[in-house]
Design a protein around this ligand. Structure first.
Ligand code: NDP
Length: 466
């Protein structure tokens, strides 16, 4: 019997996706370029229909046509070398999928190269980590629609489901799926940073103890902030370190890691003139966190304000909740603007209401308010900014005062709130009808004869300033 799909790469994600597929009655051929991971998976295969191969040709020949091969290997040159090892054994119409975090431009290049060999290539964004991969991730496939139709029955089956709908829809051509996953990760950076700022304000400015803050996050998770990241934040704050008996959060070193997708999101935004300041500020916050030794040294030299006033607990908890919600709306507004603008740029025809829907399950940024985001784009496919959708326009206007209080208090008391303050700056800049850029234009014309446009008539003007 020929197998319905093959999985190459049996690390954290590949192994769990293979198990997920096999749990859904797929006959799954598995292959890893080193033997151990295959043996290990077979030893723990839970009696599922997984079929190990140790030879790439035999692996390919075991698959039903058109062959469907799901790669889950380290992004970068490993992908190219796996494709190279597969190519001699493939036939026209066979389909290779890349489920890793590949850069979307690499995916576009690979798509074009494989088209020349008659092979279909699908860049599949996958979000949900280890557990999501096993039980149902969010899946963002990009490539040819025809090729997608062949793999859709399997991908939609293994995806998370919300209200009966799979968190997997065809995203668009070529690199569109990996692009959507990349910006999803950028939004995730911003969302995490906003939560970290709210946590630190509650704990270290309001002076609440860690269990109280855990309770606040748990309570927030019952309301409009309900999301996976808020939920795990409450869980994290309740965890005690076995060795020291302290809250585990207090013994975790404050140096954030990253694997590059947030940086790619910012670079793509910068390259294409898209204001992605909240996502980028979250990235910079990770960079600043990384220079721990310098920060420790600086803390002894550079002083902030002293004798901070006591803040009234309940009023401030609510202010922080509102500030966090508004920060999230602004961050998602930037991410979805990046989708809209890039969709036009690359001619992808991204359907934003569907993208918001697939983020509702399986993935790290899953949240109740994605339903409202989806609704906003459903009601107006040409919505230029999420903050202008009636629901969110009303919310941000109601919550802006809280965000102003929190950002001002952070500044006055010396607490860095990079993403919250950038959210406020974005909101205020975006709603400014007459900005200060006329001064920039005047300066540019003054020193560089770069010319300017006028408010009162058409044309290009230059002034002899001296
Ligand atoms: P792992 O490091 O656990 O697994 C990587 C896999 O790639 C291993 O099977 C490894 O084999 C294989 N591999 C590495 N180099 C080569 C090569 N040159 N040729 C063939 N195979 C190779 O990573 P993950 O499973 O965590 O991640 C895989 C991809 O999925 C990455 O792109 C990652 O960014 C992405 N991803 C990860 C998520 C997560 O939460 N972990 C979530 C979503 C996406 P061996 O061990 O034998 O070297």
């Amino acid at each position: 019997m020929q197998h319905s799909i093959g999985v190459i790469g049996l690390g954290v994600m590949g192994r769990n996706l293979a198990l997920n597929m096999a749990s859904h009655q797929e006959e799954v051929a598995i292959y890893n370029y080193t033997r151990d991971l295959t043996d290990d998976l077979v030893a723990h295969d839970e009696g599922l229909p997984l079929h190990p191969y140790y030879d790439i040709e035999a692996f390919v020949q075991s698959l039903a046509r058109p062959r469907k091969i799901f790669m889950m290997v380290t992004a970068g040159s490993a992908i190219d070398s796996v494709i190279e090892s597969l190519l001699p054994h493939l036939e026209t119409g066979d389909i290779i999928m890349d489920g890793g975090n590949s850069h979307f431009l690499d995916t576009e290049r690979r798509f074009d190269e494989l088209q020349r060999h008659g092979i279909e290539y699908i860049g599949v964004g996958v979000s949900g980590g280890e557990v999501g991969a096993r039980t149902g991730p969010a899946i963002m496939p990009g490539g040819s629609k025809e090729a997608y139709e062949h793999v859709a029955p399997i991908l939609t089956k293994i995806a998370a489901h919300v209200e009966g709908d799979p968190c997997c829809v065809y995203i668009g051509p070529k690199g569109a799926g990996h692009f959507v996953k990349m910006v999803h990760n950028g939004i995730e950076y911003a969302d995490m940073q906003l939560i970290a700022e709210a946590y630190s304000f509650l704990r270290f400015r309001l002076g609440l103890d860690v269990t109280e803050v855990a309770d606040i996050f748990a309570e927030w998770n019952e309301g409009e902030l309900k999301s996976y990241l808020i939920e795990i934040t409450a869980d994290i704050l309740r965890k005690t370190d076995d060795e020291t008996g302290q809250p585990l959060i207090d013994v975790i070193l404050d140096q954030a890691g990253q694997k590059g997708t947030g940086k790619w999101t910012s670079l793509q935004a910068i390259d294409n003139g898209i204001a992605s300041s909240i996502i980028t500020e979250a990235l910079f916050a990770r960079y600043l966190s990384a220079i721990k030794e310098e920060r420790v040294a600086a803390s002894a030299v550079l002083k902030g304000p002293e004798d901070l006033s006591t803040l009234e607990r309940d009023a401030w908890v609510e202010r922080i909740r509102q500030a966090l919600y508004m920060g999230k709306v602004a961050a998602y507004a930037q991410g979805f603007t990046q989708y809209r603008t890039s969709s036009e740029l690359y001619d992808w025809n991204l359907r934003l209401e569907e993208i918001a829907l697939i983020f509702r399950g399986g993935c790290i940024i899953r949240a109740d308010f994605l339903n409202v985001i989806s609704e906003a784009f459903k009601n107006d496919a040409n919505l230029s900014n999420l903050m202008l959708a009636p629901f969110f326009a009303e919310k941000v206007q109601a919550y802006q005062e809280s965000l102003r209080h929190v950002v001002a208090e952070g500044a006055l008391s010396g607490f860095a709130l990079p993403s919250l303050s950038t959210s406020l700056t974005y909101y205020d800049s975006y709603r400014t009808a007459n900005s200060n850029a006329n001064m920039l234009q005047a300066q540019r014309d003054y020193f560089g004869a770069h010319t300017y446009a006028r408010t009162d008539r058409e044309g290009i003007f230059h002034t002899d300033w001296q």
